[in-house]
Design a protein around this ligand. Structure first.
Ligand code: IMP
Ligand code: MG
Length: 181
């Protein structure tokens, strides 16, 4: 694999995004909802840079698909989420790829009557979008490559890498049944 963003570059980008979030919400209480599992590293880093009154929750979104190109239904588990009615909610995810995950999760969250819903992603993969909406906060724009590290996985491996790396052809072993979280 090839390093795309070093630990220092990630730190700088996350700090910039945290500053933008702070400027947007100022001292208003905020509820951050991390989308499991890819957002865990980002969430740990971002929340420690925010100073407004903050609540933290998680939900899980999983998309099953047979081959890398076909999409299965998205399964959203919100049982671990705090009550968000009337609150300002910021959804946090690792990467905005096609955009379907964030679009569907946002729709689900809106049904719970929050005051506002915005979204922040570490990575925005260029040229892949299939939905009209874009995240409100973006850490980095990256080229259309499969990336791992800093929370992102390939078949549940590599989430613990402190840097972001692009997988190369010899790193990829396609299996018939995978899922994304
Ligand atoms: P979506 O296509 O925007 O719905 O993204 C769905 C999910 O696919 C993301 O939340 C990630 O979990 C996963 N994903 C998309 N691209 C990558 C990648 O390059 N590396 C690792 N996971 C990815
Ligand atoms: Mg994910």
């Amino acid at each position: 694999m090839r390093i795309l963003l070093t630990e220092d570059e990630l730190k700088e980008g996350v700090a910039k995004m945290a500053t933008q979030i702070s400027e947007r919400y100022a001292d208003r209480p905020l509820t951050i909802i991390g989308i499991l599992t890819g957002s865990v590293v980002l969430m740990a880093d971002v929340i420690r840079l925010l100073e407004m009154p903050l609540r933290v929750g998680v939900l899980q979104a999983r998309s099953y698909h047979g081959a890398t190109t076909t999409r299965g239904p998205l399964i959203i588990n919100d049982e671990l989420m705090p009550d968000i009615e009337g609150r300002d909610v910021l959804l946090l995810d690792d990467i905005f790829d096609t955009g379907h995950t964030l679009k569907e999760v946002t729709a689900r969250i809106r049904k719970l009557n929050p005051a506002t819903v915005r979204s922040a992603v570490l990575l925005y993969k260029e040229g892949r979008q299939e939905v009209a909406s874009v995240p409100d906060f973006i850490g980095f724009n990256i080229p259309d490559e499969f990336v791992v590290g800093y929370g992102l996985d390939y078949e549940d491996a590599y989430r613990n890498l402190p840097f972001l790396a692009a997988l190369e052809e010899e790193d990829l072993q396609h299996t018939s049944d995978t899922h994304n979280t």
